[in-house]
Design a protein around this ligand. Structure first.
Ligand code: AKB
Length: 331
């Protein structure tokens, strides 16, 4: 067993033709880990974090302690487990990053630089999601294309734009197979919100079912791009496994855009007594400025063209699925 790996299984030692071995950093990628394990076998997908794994993640395959800020530790995992691909999820999201910029700079920038350098040295494929947060207030707001003005004014956005540009630089200069997609807000009934600005769209369901009321931290007309987790996992895998590098290293990925008010109306079709309140416009929550700096909708036609991206969940089936799943957790 590798000295630094708190894994549940020893690394595979065969030299026969094999599936790629994938390291996934950060627990936001736990849904993806499960899917990759079903494709490539449990021992070929190593999950990692600096926090203890959920029971689910721990029992479905190997899980190791990995601090993305420690290059040597990551390198040891890559060597011990003979990793081919890294899917890099470790990052502070927008709201927590804004509260702790110094930590966001270390985790999001140093962490990514370490993984990218490893990809160069060990010839790894690397997938690291970007975000709608990489855009800024001067970006065209509607149907935002892949290539446009990018002047983010949040620390999260700045670190993610750094990631995109550095990844492209390594791809050009060192032929690193760097792949990235700009995720919208992701809705999942199982994964707890992780400190993002789009988290209201997950919290709202838990409050609707448990309390019948939600205090939204964004204004009712704040339109943001969103996606159901299953679509995100499928789109990520289709992008990740594409056999050759694609024409672009970074793609917009979109499904549906809605406002808190539109989401509320859809929830009320199932829970007519559900109510919502919004902040006093004179005293907005700090996350309002973050949301206001992001696009309302994305043009993701290049992802559709280049790796066949297509969402399955729109607002209606997403809301129904979220309510059913969260209701089942409560029952
Ligand atoms: C956040 O709100 O910070 C994230 C994101 C859109 O990247 N969900």
């Amino acid at each position: 067993m590798p000295a630094l790996a708190h894994n549940t299984t020893t690394p595979p030692t065969t030299t026969a033709p094999r599936h790629p071995r994938v390291l996934v950093t950060g627990q936001l990628g736990s849904g993806l880990v499960k899917e990759l394990r079903s494709m490539y076998g449990r021992d070929n997908v190593v999950a990692s974090d600096i926090r203890k794994a959920s029971d689910d993640l721990m029992t479905s395959g190997p899980f190791v302690y990995a601090d993305v800020m420690n290059y040597n530790m990551l390198e040891r995992i890559v060597v011990d487990w003979r990793i081919d691909w890294i899917v890099h999820y470790s990052a502070l999201l927008s709201a927590v990053a804004e509260k702790n910029p110094a930590l966001a700079l270390s985790v999001n920038m140093t962490g990514f630089q370490n993984v990218l350098e490893l990809a160069k040295v060990h010839r790894l494929r690397i997938y690291s999601p970007s975000t709608i947060g990489a855009f800024g207030p001067s970006t065209p707001k509607n149907n935002t294309p892949d290539l446009t003005i990018m002047r983010p004014n949040t620390i999260y956005g700045i670190t993610k734009l750094h990631m995109e540009l550095l990844g492209e630089y390594y791809r050009e200069k060192f032929s690193v197979d760097f792949r990235s997609a700009r995720y919208p807000g992701i809705l999942s009934a199982d994964t707890p919100p992780g400190g993002g600005t789009t988290d209201y769209a997950v919290d709202i369901f838990h409050h609707a079912i448990r309390h019948g009321h939600y205090n939204c931290f964004l204004a009712k007309d704040t339109r943001l791009p969103m996606m159901y987790l299953n679509d995100c996992i499928r789109g990520t895998i289709d992008h990740l496994v594409h056999p050759t590098p694609l024409p672009q290293s970074v793609y917009n990925l979109a499904a549906v855009s809605f406002t808190p008010e539109e989401l509320t109306k859809e929830i009320q079709k199932h829970l007519p007594h559900f109510t919502i309140s919004y902040p006093d416009p004179a005293h907005p929550d700090f996350r309002q400025a973050i949301a206001d700096s992001w696009p309302a909708s994305l043009d993701d036609s290049h992802a559709r063209r280049d790796f066949g991206w297509k969402e399955e969940f729109g607002l209606e089936n997403m809301v129904k699925t979220m309510l059913d799943k969260i209701q089942a957790q409560v029952d």
